[in-house]
Write a protein that binds this ligand. Sequence first.
Ligand SMILES: [Zn+2]
Length: 272
Amino acid sequence: MRYILDNLRRIKRMLLSGGFAETVYLFLKEVEKEGGAFRHPDNKYLVNLSFDFELGYGTTFWYGNTEKALVYGRAARRNFVPIARYLKESNTPANIQVVGRLLEPSEDRELFHLTDEDLELLKSPNFEIGLHGYSHKHFTEISREEAEYEMKTAVKNFENSFFRQPEFMAFPKNRVAHRDIVRKYGIKCWRADNQHPSDESEIPLGHWFAPGVLGRSDLKRLLDTIKIKRAGYFLHLWGHFTEMDVDTFRTLVETIKNAGWQLTTVKNFRNY
Ligand SMILES: [Zn+2]
């Protein structure tokens, strides 16, 4: 029965989306298009791995389903240290965006607060650490005053922890808004909510980096197909520490390296 279902699924994928998972198929259609302000590199194939880091704090579940937020937070905590250690030890560049609230001392310290060990890991030079808002509020749903407060508080906490200004940001849930306020607080670049952003400060949304939608074989085929379609490409792959353990993650990073793509941070690519 399992065999029949697997085969049916494979046939359906072949017919509907050229053998790819649907999100990958739709993404490849966007890869073919040109346009927008973003310039892909010439003759270079770069992958930027990007993690949004909130430990369950302020997620959709936070307000209605605390238990689920805690489960989410625990999963992120379980995977963060081994994944960050692997990236550090293999000197693999990556971006990690932190929710500003996690940088404050808190009573529920264990779950919604970064420990000294976490901070030490994040300070490793292969990472570009950025912001993911202060309380994970969706910027499309908050007033200008609230956006000011989010940025001011998040930047202050960031500077206290990392002794420098944050320059990259991923908006919570990729809901991009209040760009002028974000810029005012020193953010130079952020993840767009689409593949062909017209704002020069934005990098294309790229693809969700979760094994459920982008497993090893789809990732390999995606990388090979882009190489055929484009003479140089910057591929942003974003996700969370909840979506995979270090073994799965390592396999996917090896797939990227074996396909002849280089890894980079946004800062190194954009030179800001
Ligand atoms: Zn988030």
